[in-house]
Design a protein around this ligand. Structure first.
Ligand code: SAM
Length: 448
């Protein structure tokens, strides 16, 4: 039994090492490792859970490891750190692994990656088994510190959200960030029923999304097992991301600019909404990522989607004389609304990032606003939950361009999504409240 499951654990360790040592993104590193391995669906799911869970709970694991190993976890070599964290995750958090199997497989991994430290791994994890019901956490009187450790988020981020959410909501958000997100597909135009039928015949149980008209949710399948069953009628795109695209909307004949386009999920949806009979210009700063948008347009056979490698801050020069009916600014951001899909982002971001990124976001918005035709609409969106990157960026744009009108999102979203519109008229999705990624989107109109 232990021997059989080692393949999944090795893939998990290799992936966690790439994240820990090379600062790779977990989803990309895991996809690469899984593609190169011949694991069955169960082992793929186990490897996925070990990687995502270990990264999500890293703060709590490191807190306890400091006591159990009697030294600072940061002082250990990367493979030892990763093996200890993953072993402790199985003992303290992931209830379905028998604890002794967690210890034995961790010791086997240590013998492979850090032979000299196998004894230490054994001692630390056995101590965790003995002491797990009495391990202490910070005093709840210091709420920020307590939540930071017990829900495994950096203190600066808990403090940021402490100002915005009630204590009950704050705790719910932090815990929701550690859950696995459902895999969501976007059905191609008029294909939702066919997509559901394709998935059912592949043995995958799927349901309609609650909010977005083309969303199909798969609750029991890690995204990494999906390509083998992905049918031609759908493409991966989170439900919140689909709603942002619907908020901008597109129709045949319109000229649309997507100013920050890669990997191209929203740009492709915009082209589909226009029945591939308009023009979607997808601008992306990084040439390799712009090539990914081109690849996606080819895969989905979208003729109206054109990818351009350019900086949105200065791209107005490229389009001299041209204006657009619709513009999407899906800005580069801290991504703190997508911690379920990118759990490591909480450890790679820091307290200065929201302010730094809000300057870039403002520059991008200012760069493309001259391209919006009178009567045209622009959606500013992020997948994060910080005021600096959301309300403050929009507030600055409205102050600088008093003619711009802020529109109410309910006028553009299906009634199923009206409950996601906040009192200011913005679309706001929250992991703990809606079981969606945390997005923020505002629709602005330039009067005719
Ligand atoms: C949030 S992602 C966009 C996701 C995309 N809209 C989608 O739905 O697939 C932001 C993108 O903006 C790109 N980016 C960052 N700075 C940029 C700039 N100055 N000009 C254009 N693109 C930029 C990033 O490389 C990244 O691909």
């Amino acid at each position: 039994m232990v021997e059989e499951r080692l393949g999944a654990r090795q893939i998990a360790v290799e992936t966690l090492l790439r994240v820990d040592r090379d600062r790779a993104w977990a989803d990309a590193a895991l996809s690469g490792a899984l593609d190169a391995a011949a694991l069955d669906a169960r082992d793929r799911a186990l490897a996925t859970r070990l990687v995502y869970g270990t990264l999500a709970w890293q703060g709590l694991l490191d807190w306890h490891l400091a006591t159990l190993a009697n030294r600072k976890i940061a002082s250990l070599d990367s493979p030892l750190r990763v093996i200890l964290r993953m072993g402790l995750y199985q003992i303290l958090v992931l209830e379905r692994i028998p604890p002794h199997a967690a210890v034995d497989t961790s010791v086997d991994l240590a013998k492979r990656y850090v032979r000299a430290a196998a004894g230490m791994v054994n001692a630390v994890l056995r101590r965790a088994l003995r002491e797990r019901s009495t391990l202490s956490t910070p005093d709840p009187a210091d709420m920020v510190r307590h939540l930071s450790v017990t829900t495994s988020h950096p203190e600066w981020l808990v403090r940021e959200w402490h100002h915005r959410f009630s204590p009950t909501e704050l705790r719910a958000l932090l815990l929701a960030n550690n859950q696995a997100a459902a895999t969501v597909l976007r059905a191609r135009p008029a294909c939702r029923d066919r997509l559901l039928a394709d998935l059912a015949s592949a043995g995958v149980s799927a349901t309609r999304g609650r909010f977005a008209p083309d969303a199909v949710r798969i609750d029991d399948l890690g995204a990494h097992a999906l390509p083998t069953v992905l049918p031609e009628h759908g493409t991966l795109q989170s439900e919140a991301s689909q709603l942002v695209t619907a908020l901008l909307g597109a129709e045949p004949g319109l000229r649309v600019l997507d100013a920050c386009a890669a990997p191209g999920g929203k740009a492709a949806y915009l082209a589909d909404l226009a029945d591939d009979r308009g023009l979607v210009v997808a601008v992306e700063r990084h040439p390799r990522r712009a090539a990914a948008v081109r690849h996606s347009a080819r895969r989905l056979q979208l003729q109206s989607l054109v990818s351009v490698a350019a900086d949105a801050r200065t791209c107005a020069q490229l389009f001299q004389g041209t204006t657009f009916d619709r513009i999407l600014v899906d800005a580069p951001c801290t991504g703190l609304g997508t911690l379920r899909a990118h759990p490591e982002a909480r450890w790679t971001r820091n307290a200065d990032d929201p302010g730094r990124l809000s300057e870039l976001q403002t520059a991008i918005l200012e760069g493309v606003l001259p391209l919006l035709r009178p009567g045209g609409a622009l959606v500013y969106a992020t997948c994060t939950l910080t005021e600096a990157e959301n309300e403050q960026v929009v507030g600055r744009a409205l102050a600088r361009h008093p003619a711009l009108e802020r529109e109410n999102a309910t006028a553009y979203l299906p009634s199923s999504a009206h409950g996601l519109v906040d009192p200011t008229g913005a679309l706001r999705t929250l992991p703990h409240r809606d079981d969606l990624d945390g997005f923020y989107a505002v629709r602005l109109r330039r009067p005719a």
